[in-house]
Write a protein that binds this ligand. Structure first.
Ligand SMILES: *Cc1c(COP(=O)(O)O)cnc(C)c1O
Length: 409
């Protein structure tokens, strides 16, 4: 049977899996121990060193990491957390898992990172009971997202959190590796290196390193680490590997009603090898991103992603914004044109305040976050992955140029 649609000639993403990674997984499969065990311990130790954190807890997703982080921080029913509207579902849903309220914050038009002026307005409005349909709320934390791999200004985050007495959890799903520095004379600080109470990374299939599905919570706080470790595995006082290793395999104590969020050794084996190449893969993505910037510089109908000073950009995404006033087609038709040319794309994201659940539950409207409402409609992410060939990139550039030329107003 003929497939209904041809797979794109250039996919939006293709994971980079080296022979060493395949072999590492095969070794685990033949080792006799498949679930969380020695590879997970190794991956956690390597990861903690890589980002410069004291503790790392390997989990089966970044969503699990975010959930465990807010649970360990004691987020309670009815409290509120500042969450950027420009993010994936996970960042806000974990707040809902705790029966708390995500207060959605608008973004900057260029970086799509959260806008601290709006965070200020929303925090005050939430505390004063001025959010539609909500009583005065106790705002206790914030979850900045480093969109596409550009870190949110760390100094601004710290100032804001201190002034408003908030904890900070990084949604670092895009930020491996990413770094920030105050100025040219200051040292680089890696995302996860004390940048938040807990930083949460993703190893989903299309993230900067992958274990198929997977995530990591890192923290310098040993109490938070201990709580997250226990809650990641049914609230048991000791994990299965520890019991096996010490010979008392049958005994454990349930100390809390925990979750089932542990990573397998199969996935960790992949993660250990991917992590070794994280910097090298970032460099490859950066070269491709710079090449895109060069080749697309004279296409008037698109705006390129900003180069922000004093950031080491993870280049998880390469988003462009269409200058709709110069085109006869909208973003969705533009995506279809690229698809017809065999180019895979994605959109990051339909903002949370424009989803039915958040509109129904919390009365968010298009006007709640006007920048996100306006900007997401002209944004599209182009393919960017370390194994992308020059031919593939030229095909993307040619498809963008021709779609813009054909539909010039
Ligand atoms: C991918 C992603 C997540 C979720 O990661 P999982 O590992 O799939 O749970 C969370 N936040 C952002 C911003 C993401 O892009």
């Amino acid at each position: 049977m003929r497939p209904l649609r041809m797979a794109p000639a250039v996919p939006f993403f293709r994971p980079s899996i080296a022979d060493a990674e395949v072999q590492a997984v095969v070794d685990v499969l033949q080792s006799g121990w498949l679930t969380s065990g020695p590879r997970v311990k190794q991956f956690e130790a390597d990861f903690a060193v890589f980002v410069g954190a004291k503790h790392a807890i390997a989990l089966n997703s970044a969503t699990a990491a975010l959930h465990l982080a807010v649970e360990a921080l004691g987020l309670a029913r009815g409290q509120a957390v500042l969450v950027p509207t420009m993010t994936f579902a996970s960042t806000a849903e974990v707040v809902r898992y705790m029966d708390a309220v995500p207060v959605l914050v608008d973004c900057h038009a260029d970086s799509f990172n959260l806008d601290f002026d709006d965070a200020e307005r929303k925090c005050t409005a939430a505390r004063d009971g001025r959010l539609p349909g909500l009583p005065p709320l106790e705002v206790v934390g914030m979850i900045p997202v480093h969109v596409g791999g550009v870190m949110v200004d760390l100094a601004a985050t710290r100032r804001f959190a201190e002034r408003h007495q908030l904890w900070v959890v990084d949604d670092a799903a895009h930020a491996l590796p990413a770094a920030w520095r105050r100025d040219a004379a200051a040292p680089w600080i890696r995302c996860g290196e004390g940048t938040a109470q807990v930083s949460c990374f993703s190893f989903y299939a299309n993230k900067t390193i992958t274990t198929g599905e997977g995530g990591m919570a890192v923290t310098d706080d040993s109490q938070l680490a201990e709580r997250m470790r226990i809650m990641a595995l049914h609230g048991l006082s000791r994990d299965a590997w520890e019991r096996y290793r010490t010979g008392s395999a049958w005994d454990y104590r349930i100390v809390a009603p925990g979750f089932k969020y542990n990573l397998t050794d199969i996935a960790a084996a992949l993660g250990i090898e991917q992590l070794k190449r994280a910097d090298e893969m970032r460099t490859a993505r950066e070269s491709l991103a710079l090449e895109y910037r060069d080749r697309l510089a004279d296409v008037d109908a698109i705006e390129l992603p900003p180069m922000v000073d004093h950031r080491q950009h993870a280049w998880h995404l390469f988003p462009v914004s269409l200058r709709l006033e110069q085109l006869t087609i909208g973003r969705d038709a533009f995506i279809e044109q690229l698809h017809a040319s065999g180019i895979g794309t994605s959109v990051h994201w339909r903002p949370l305040h424009l989803h039915p659940y958040y509109q129904d539950q919390f009365k968010w409207t298009a006007e709640s976050c006007p920048t996100a409402t306006r900007e997401w409609q002209r944004r599209v992410s182009l393919p960017l992955f370390p194994g992308m060939s020059a031919d593939e990139q030229h095909a993307v550039v040619a498809a963008v140029q021709s779609a813009c030329a054909r539909h010039q107003r």
